[in-house]
Design a protein around this ligand. Structure first.
Ligand code: BDR
Ligand code: CA
Length: 313
């Protein structure tokens, strides 16, 4: 079978970086048509630079990287340096990237690519705020039909929130964009905190990355070391959740994830609960299902997939 065509929309971030490495290490299954970058964990200039650092680390400087929206549709940008450090990729010292960023805007690339590729042949993988994707859908509604699926990291139900008591970071940063995506009618698979908080690094899992002895393996271990300190302190957990790699792992081995096809609506008006993903997990309304909302994964299998693929870089 030919590899599945994907566009990865991202705001790196250490966990985005691991997701990108996983995708770039899996050319038999995934053809990365482009990496579109959005402001989120840190401002756009840094997320673009970080995307290039990761592509170079993967040994794939030919990857097409596009800069996208530098702020949410209708709100001020909220960033997460408190989690990811001031560069967004704090931890190990990284070389300055030299690969070029493409001239086109990320949104134009998404629109043009979807129009050029056969219907239903491209999967979008958003790992950050949904600003680029929503802008593309608003500007070119005809592309909705052409998307095979959107597999995204965002939201929470049982875990509620990580940036406010009620909201997960990616959805909170641009709730208007999230609403457009969740109302689009495009098949959605959602990796909320409910599942990503089970994709936890532990000492043996981080040691396994480090033991690969490769540049990529050591970087992943050092990024997770840095990224862990925040979550260990906040949640008292054994390690840190590798949120965004869940999206790519789903494309590679979907059977390791478990969820429900339910209705999910986005709160866009109340400041108190702004960006909340109101998931009808118990099916108490007759609102039609619009998303496969994940709740669990086989964490050992997830980490063994990650380690074996990172080993290939
Ligand atoms: C999400 O927010 C970001 O900090 C991470 O990269 C992930 O995409 C988790 O809430
Ligand atoms: Ca992210």
């Amino acid at each position: 079978m030919s590899p599945r065509k994907v566009i990865i929309d991202t705001d790196p971030g250490q966990d985005d970086a691991v997701a990108l490495l996983l995708a770039l290490a899996s050319p038999d299954e995934l053809e990365v048509l482009g990496v579109t970058v959005v402001a989120g964990n840190v401002p756009l200039d840094l997320t673009v630079k970080n995307a290039c650092i990761v592509c170079e680390l993967a040994g794939k400087p030919e990857t097409k990287v596009f800069a996208g929206c530098d702020k949410p549709l209708g709100r001020k940008l909220v960033t997460a340096e408190h989690v990811h450090g001031k560069t967004g990729l704090d931890g190990p010292v990284m070389p300055e990237p030299v690969m070029p960023v493409k001239d086109a805007h990320a949104v134009d690339f998404i629109i043009d690519t979807l129009r050029a590729e056969p219907t239903n042949s491209v999967t979008l993988c958003p790992l950050g705020p949904l600003t680029n994707i929503a802008t593309a859908l608003t500007r070119a509604p005809d592309i909705a039909d052409r998307i095979q699926e959107i597999v995204l990291m965002g939201g929470a139900y049982f875990q509620v929130g990580n940036i406010t008591p009620a909201a997960e970071f990616n959805i909170y940063v641009d709730p208007q964009a999230a609403e457009i995506v969740f109302k689009s009618g495009i098949p959605l698979v959602v990796m909320p905190l409910d599942v990503t908080h089970k994709a936890l690094t532990t000492q043996p899992r981080v040691d396994a990355f480090r033991a690969l002895g490769t540049k990529a393996g050591i970087m992943v271990a050092e990024w997770t070391d840095f990224f862990e300190r925040f979550d260990k302190e906040k949640y008292g957990s054994a390690g840190a959740p590798l949120h965004d790699p869940c999206v790519i792992a789903y494309l590679l081995e979907p059977e390791m994830f478990f969820g429900r096809h339910v209705n999910v609506e986005i709160e866009t008006s109340s400041e108190l609960t702004m960006g909340m993903t109101v998931a009808d997990w118990w099916r108490v309304t007759d609102r039609p299902p619009n998303a496969m909302f994940m709740g669990d994964l086989d964490a050992d299998r997830f980490f063994s997939l990650l380690t074996s693929r990172i080993a290939l870089l």
